[in-house]
Ligand binder design. Structure first.
Ligand SMILES: [Ca+2]
Length: 298
């Protein structure tokens, strides 16, 4: 956070310039002397391996609905909070089954799905789970549950409009998932035609309902205006300078390759933390915002 917060022009606890952060921040800068665990001010080599593992995409060894064959890394280096429910826990080795707060939060979150839905064995050990060995069942579940097919032609033909939004520090569902999906939509429909019925926004600093920048937006009103009045979501002209930073962040992660998220959301001023409001009034940040990886992990 210290290394990347100011890259967007505002020291506000929000990393809006995610691409700039990825390009300049080196995890090695946090390494303890000789890689030993010498306290909370640095990372041991083992801790660095853990961070890298969490931040890296994982190949599934199979293709799910929509051709999804990997799972993106988690935004641990984008400012996500890894304490509490989705955190690292308080002990090095989880039990089977894992326990909330004591064990790695994501294991707790995913354990029931693997144990009961995929393996259908209450005594199974999900930590030993190998997706490639359960391809048929995973594909069956993917078709039942996932919404990852980019063929939404029927939805478009029916006049459907779609708003997508994801926070950059979502530690329960990686934002790269949505970025990848949007990139696939662009590839299928083309940017211009896609703009007619899909808009995608990334909210820096917004987590899974939590975060430094908690977004509130009137999605239903935006959709109503778009569908019933033909008014596509655009940047609000009525926004004052203090809203500029919010607009900038709403348009952040503007995936240049996919030209995603080029329009502002209808976030409300009260969604802005006090410190952010003050920073926004001081000066709007430069718009050098883009996601760290516009290429789909496939
Ligand atoms: Ca910042």
């Amino acid at each position: 956070m210290k290394a990347c917060d100011g890259l967007d022009g505002a020291e506000d606890g929000v990393i809006s310039n995610v691409a700039g952060c990825a390009a300049t921040f080196k995890l090695a800068s946090l390494r303890c002397a000789e890689g030993r665990d010498t306290g909370d001010d640095c990372l041991s080599d083992q801790q660095m391996k853990s961070v890298e593992a969490i931040h890296s995409p994982v190949s599934l060894g199979l293709a799910l609905q929509g051709g999804v064959s990997s799972f993106p890394g988690w935004p641990i280096l984008e400012g996500a909070d890894w304490t509490g429910l989705f955190g690292f826990g308080t002990r090095p080795k989880p039990t089977n089954p894992p326990e909330a707060l004591k064990d790695f939060g994501l294991a707790v979150l995913s354990d029931p799905g693997v144990r009961y839905m995929v393996l259908r064995d209450p005594t199974a050990d999900p930590l030993q789970f190998d997706p490639a060995k359960h391809e048929a069942r995973l594909r069956e579940l993917s078709d039942l549950i996932d919404a990852s097919s980019d063929d939404i032609s029927a939805f478009k033909a029916r006049g459907g409009k779609l708003l997508l939004m994801h926070g950059t520090v979502d530690s329960a569902a990686p934002p790269q998932n949505s970025v990848d999906y949007y990139v696939r939509l662009v590839a299928r429909f083309g940017q211009g035609p896609l703009d007619d019925f899909v808009r995608f926004y990334v909210a820096p600093g917004f987590g899974h309902g939590t975060g430094q920048f908690i977004v509130g937006w009137g999605a239903l009103g935006v959709l109503e205006n778009w569908v019933e009045r033909g008014e596509a979501p655009v940047r609000r002209q009525s926004w004052t300078p203090k809203m500029a930073i919010a607009g900038a962040r709403a348009r952040s992660a503007s995936i240049r390759r996919g030209r995603a998220m080029s329009r502002a959301t209808s976030m409300t001023p009260r969604a802005l933390p006090a410190r952010t409001r003050e920073a926004a009034q001081a000066r709007p940040p430069p718009l050098k915002l883009c996601w760290r990886n516009a290429a789909p992990h496939r």
